[in-house]
Design a protein around this ligand. Sequence first.
Ligand code: HEC
Length: 148
Amino acid sequence: MKKSLIIITLWMLFIPVISIAQVTYQKEIRSLMEAKCSKCHGPQAPLIDEFKKDKERFAKENIGPRMDSYPLLLEFVKGKDAGAIMRRLDDGKSKEDKKPGNMYVYLGKDEEEKQKNLKIFKDWVGSWNLKRKADLSEDELKKITAPQ
Ligand code: HEC
């Protein structure tokens, strides 16, 4: 009796550890970005400042700003361009107009894969906020985790 109680207690201690295992950049996001986004946001792409100078031309050639490292990507999550990742990858379901962000399409080959990968991004970011940087409060910014 005593022994089985100990076993059950130990079990319960482990369950939360398993279920809150964090999504991190190194574990999941880096390879996901490589597979789905690097064609246009990889090492060949211009840095954001350079991109901004000639946005129209780059966009026409289907070249986006470079995002192939943790610090580069973080700028679009909670840095200078905070919220951009969320706005672009959102599936639109919680929005009034139901329009997905224009990068949602690249998340997968079908709806199922897109939803699965969107969930990984959501878990990583921690707080999915579609606001622009200027409209984000300190508190909302703090809730965006996106661990390395
Ligand atoms: C076929 C090329 C292509 C692929 C693949 C692609 N993107 Fe993009 N992305 C672009 C282009 C071009 C722009 C700039 C034009 C625009 O703003 O729509 C852009 C813009 C963005 C922006 C906005 C950057 C800013 O200036 O604020 C984000 C965020 C983004 N992409 C994320 C992603 C993510 C994440 C993926 C992978 C799931 C991805 N993109 C896949 C071409 C691509």
